[in-house]
Write a protein that binds this ligand. Structure first.
Ligand SMILES: NC(=O)C1=CN([C@@H]2O[C@H](COP(=O)(O)OP(=O)(O)OC[C@H]3O[C@@H](n4cnc5c(N)ncnc54)[C@H](OP(=O)(O)O)[C@@H]3O)[C@@H](O)[C@H]2O)[C@@H](O)CC1
Ligand SMILES: Nc1ncnc2c1ncn2[C@@H]1O[C@H](COP(=O)(O)OP(=O)(O)O)[C@@H](O)[C@H]1O
Ligand SMILES: [K+]
Length: 510
């Protein structure tokens, strides 16, 4: 499943029409058919449905939807918002088809007052005003109509994208329809995953309108969705004769006087996510508080200075060659100057850098592009950490989540896991994977430490680095989703996620 910009979608449409030979009329009919097929089970014959139509092809989809719903006996009122003569091309063809079936159209230009009354009385609004063809700031009469719809608080279902939003941007101050559900055509658009605009989408559904795979392959967007099906197919199996050393020897380096919990969470998650052996490296001053909480890992207690590990101890006292993968950072503290790069430079396995590990990394960025590529480096910044790494503001990172993480991954040859709602995984070649699991219960200290542990464990058990990271991010979000079946959204703790791992992982087995 691809994730596309508006421009890529246009190229895909063009290829489908010009090279494959599917007409725009057919695609529009398919879009309306798919929309109605998915919607009818949630509609009742007593619903009063208002279909709002704009001047472009999004409006054309609206005519197909209105016709099909009317043919199935639903109560539908169809409102054309711009002057009718603005409707041209394929949308006009479907308007004529609709009319030839004997169905009526009302026009906002001549019936504004009646429109307000009907909006007040309806139960469902189908938003087919504007789609991917919108340019620049929203113009009248759309501004007025969209504000009216948003105030009316009806069930609103958008076709393709909530009208007013841009397909590829985050929304910002834009006026847009506040949808309860959005049925997007064939492939989700970037704005579905970029806040604040993502909040306008409501529940996102993806409709198959029969655009062939070939059209996508020709345009070849580099963004994909992480799907449940793919996770299920790529989760590692455990062979009957395996021993613990073959299930991965993991090293977790973190912890400081004030942060003993972070390495505890990472270690716990790493064990539950299947690593065969885990060793936790912490400063000796916190050895009792951490070791009492973890039964199954072994420990290395390093010399510390003011409760944080010294650079010398990190470099000299850790037998790196004994481990298949490492995670550096959870609760590490910031007092150890310039220590992360020398630690990782010679390491031959995958290395995950998180939290304060990223702080140290930001001081020695120039060295990363020179690191040997056969040992993958995975960084897991939240937007604040990404801002620190790139020198951008957090607002710029959030606005350009896709571009920002891709530029960094390409420049420094690392895997970037840009966290937040809709975490984006980017490979050093620039391929991107968007996660849709998880919820706001994860907005609590410690959630990221758990993710780091799952990523490390999965890296040691999957056959590709990309599958390991994507599956870890997906499963981590699923833990939070599972928790909401029994817990309130504000009362999920990071350690609860670890306890839920066995059940969630099991649910992915065939
Ligand atoms: N993907 C697919 O395969 C398929 C896609 N399909 C559908 O096509 C949709 C894309 O259609 P599209 O390109 O015709 O553009 P659309 O979004 O309807 O808007 C254009 C209209 O908006 C107007 N307008 C522009 N900016 C504006 C502004 N700021 N403020 C106000 N108005 C503004 C513009 O006016 P103009 O600037 O030309 O005067 C023009 O009238 C897509 O989202 C999907 O629903 C299916 O039908 C078939 C298969
Ligand atoms: N509102 C949210 N919706 C979905 N996921 C979220 C949300 N807020 C945070 N997360 C997820 O929770 C984790 C938080 O990581 P991070 O900020 O590093 O936490 P910490 O450092 O406290 O462990 C990330 O995986 C992030 O994607
Ligand atoms: K729309």
């Amino acid at each position: 499943m691809y994730v596309v910009t508006g421009e890529e979608m246009r190229q895909i449409d063009r290829y489908t029409m010009d090279q494959i030979g599917m007409s725009e009329e057919l695609l529009m009919e398919n879009a309306g058919q798919a929309f109605v097929r998915h919607l009818v089970s949630s509609l009742s014959q007593s619903d009063d449905i208002l279909v709002l139509i704009g001047a472009g092809n999004n409006g054309g989809d609206g005519f197909v939807i209105a016709r099909l719903l009317l043919e199935q006996g639903f109560k539908v009122k169809t409102w054309v918002i711009p002057p009718e003569e603005h409707i041209k091309g394929t949308a006009k063809l479907h308007m004529n088809l609709y009319r030839h079936c004997g169905h009526p159209v009302s026009n906002y230009q001549t019936g504004e007052a009646q429109f307000s009354d009907e909006l007040k009385d309806c139960s469902v609004v189908v938003d087919a005003l504007l789609g991917t063809g919108i340019k620049g700031s929203l113009r009248e009469p759309y501004v007025k109509v969209i504000e009216q719809v948003n105030k009316a608080r009806k069930r609103v279902i958008s076709v393709d994208i909530p009208s007013g939003l841009l397909a590829s941007e985050s929304g910002g101050e834009r006026i847009g329809i506040l949808a309860d559900e959005t049925y997007t055509l064939q492939a989700p658009k970037l704005s579905a995953f970029l806040y604040p605009g993502a909040g306008n989408y409501g529940e996102l559904h993806i409709l198959d309108i029969a655009i062939p795979k070939r059209s996508f392959e020709e345009v070849s967007p580099h963004r994909h969705l992480i799907t449940e099906k793919k996770v299920q197919a790529t989760l590692p199996q455990r062979l009957g004769h395996i021993h613990k050393g073959q299930a991965g020897r993991a090293l977790v380096i973190g912890g400081a006087d004030t942060m003993p919990g972070a390495p505890t969470l990472t270690t716990g998650a790493c064990l539950r996510a299947g690593a065969g052996l885990v060793t936790t490296v912490i400063p000796s001053r916190i050895k009792y508080s951490v070791s009492q909480k973890i039964t199954e890992s072994t420990f290395l207690f390093l010399k510390d200075r003011d409760g944080e590990m010294t650079k010398k101890a990190l470099e000299e006292d850790i037998p790196f060659e004994q481990f298949d993968g490492i995670a550096v950072g959870p609760g590490l503290g910031r007092k150890i100057a310039k220590s992360v790069h020398p630690l990782l430079y010679g390491f031959s396995g995958p290395a995950v850098i998180d939290a304060d590990g990223l702080f140290h990394m930001s001081k020695e960025l120039h060295l990363w592009s020179e690191k040997p590529r056969q040992s993958p480096t995975i960084i897991t910044p939240h937007p604040g950490e990404m801002a620190m790494l790139t020198g951008c503001t957090i607002e710029e990172v959030e606005k350009r989540r896709f571009q920002c993480s891709r530029e960094f991954a390409l420049k420094y040859g690392v895997y970037v896991v840009l966290k937040g709602p809709f975490t984006i995984v980017t490979t050093p070649k620039g391929d991107q994977w968007v996660n849709t699991t998880g919820n706001a219960s994860l907005a609590k200290g410690g959630s990221g430490d758990v993710l780091t542990g799952i990523i490390l464990a999965f890296l040691l058990q999957h056959s590709t680095v990309t599958d390991a990271i994507c599956n870890a991010v997906h499963i981590h979000g699923k833990l939070a989703d599972k928790m909401l079946e029994t817990h309130d959204i504000i009362s999920v703790n990071a350690s609860d996620l670890i306890l839920t791992l066995p059940e969630v992982l099991k649910s992915y087995r065939y």
